[in-house]
Design a protein around this ligand. Structure first.
Ligand SMILES: Cc1cc2nc3c(=O)[nH]c(=O)nc-3n(C[C@H](O)[C@H](O)[C@H](O)COP(=O)(O)O)c2cc1C
Length: 390
């Protein structure tokens, strides 16, 4: 997924340096070529040899080495993307102040590649107005940031400052290699997962939706700068801390949450497999198994059809159609019947997998998109953003 991408990993002297070893390992396993620069402070925490052994590439720490190339220029030019992880308060301040007094800071000054900065530090350091001003200044200049996570910090405090999960840093890196923050100021609503409709306190009706495609879209849209609201039912995936999630259970709860949120949104993806039916009577106590029974079901509200009716001309509504036969024809019928702008048709046979093959359909065209769900999510977003500029 990062095949042949050239990642320059810049490691500065925070306690999270040991986690950057795992990041280097993940980048390498995803197929990237990873070269590492470490500051003198970073080398106090982990030896350069560790990164060299993991990445099988060179690790440089010194600016003035008579045996080496002029590394700050050659590495700056070589990189497809630069990832500073962990980024200390010190390096953020140095970049914001235009300081280039060691190999790492001079390379950042010299590169024209996108630079992703992953701060990790004590909460009071992170909240210090100087650090915040430096982050704002650099963001305005086009430097890319990942927010630290909330949690127990190595210094003993609890708060925002933790190094993010390395898998999430990989998603950010992948996105910024091929895409920009082109969804700023966009409100995007995404529904995902499988509703749970209770029969009795123990038993329920549900479906096989994993929520993976919806979460991939939420992740990609968030990373590209959108304000994402993720209204979900049961999902088989961990929702990252940075996603603004609303948990619902039944189709009715999801309907209520979506109808309330919908007027604020510019783009709406309905990936949830909403329950079409719910038991007409929900038993308060567990139903005894001693006799046979038949279950009466009633129709739930059709959320997508309702949104199609309420939609204004500035909103883009995208439905999903998981079908097991006549996939494209059935999806086209749904596009028309529910007044959608796009529909993503996919084959039920691949539901739940990490990879997918979908067809994005609007009234004029059909675009086939294949790959892992995160890559597919980014490509769907490209098509939808493209349709607006036409
Ligand atoms: C044990 C220890 C842990 C540290 N952890 C952090 C940290 O997580 N984040 C941070 O910004 N600075 C941290 N520092 C302070 C930096 O190491 C210090 O500001 C240093 O000058 C950074 O240098 P560099 O940015 O060139 O790597 C820590 C220092 C020590 C001694």
């Amino acid at each position: 997924m990062l095949n042949s991408k050239k990642i320059l990993l810049c490691v500065t002297g925070g306690i999270a340096v040991y986690k950057a070893v795992d990041l280097a390992s993940k980048f390498t396993k995803l197929g990237a070529e990873v070269r590492t620069i470490m500051t003198t402070s970073a080398c106090e925490f982990v030896s350069p040899l560790t990164f060299k052994s993991i990445t099988h590439q060179k690790v440089v720490t010194k600016m003035f080495d008579p045996e080496a190339d002029i590394e700050h220029i050659s590495l700056a030019d070589w990189a497809d993307i630069v990832v500073i992880a962990p980024a200390t308060a010190n390096i953020i301040g140095k970049i914001a102040g235009g300081i280039a007094d060691d190999l790492l800071s001079t390379t950042i000054m010299a590169t024209t590649a996108p630079v992703l900065i992953v701060p990790a530090m004590n909460i009071h350091m992170y909240e210090n107005p100087i650090v915040q001003q430096n982050i704002k200044k650099l963001s305005d200049l086009g430097y890319l940031f990942m927010e630290p996570e909330y949690g127990k910090l190595a210094c003993g405090y609890e708060g925002k400052g933790r190094f993010p999960k390395t898998v999430e840093i990989c998603y950010f890196t992948k996105t910024f290699l091929d895409h920009k923050r082109d969804l700023l100021k966009q409100n995007i609503l995404i529904t995902a997962g499988a509703n749970i409709e209770n029969i009795d306190p123990m038993r329920f009706i549900s479906n096989r939706s994993s929520g993976k495609m919806g979460l991939a879209l939420a992740r990609a849209a968030h990373i590209r700068g959108a304000k994402v609201k993720f209204v979900h039912a049961k999902v088989l995936v961990e929702i990252p801390e940075y996603i603004d999630a609303v948990e619902t259970l039944t189709a009715q709860e999801m309907y209520d949450a979506v109808i309330q949120e919908f007027p604020n949104d510019d783009i709406i993806f309905k990936t949830a497999a909403v329950a079409d039916f719910t038991p007409a009577n929900k038993a308060e106590n567990k139903i005894k198994k001693d006799k046979s029974m038949s279950l009466e079901l009633t129709r739930t509200k059709d959320i997508l059809a309702e949104l199609g009716k309420q939609k204004t001309k500035n909103q883009i509504l995208i439905g999903f159609a998981a079908e097991s036969e006549d996939i494209i024809d059935n999806a086209r019928k749904k596009l028309k019947a529910k007044n959608l702008d796009f529909i993503v048709a996919n084959d039920l046979k691949v539901a739940g997998n990490d990879n997918t093959s979908v067809t994005l359909i609007d009234k004029n065209s059909e675009t086939k998109i294949e790959g892992d769900k995160f890559a597919v999510a980014n490509l769907i977003l490209d098509e939808i953003i493209g349709s607006r500029s036409e």
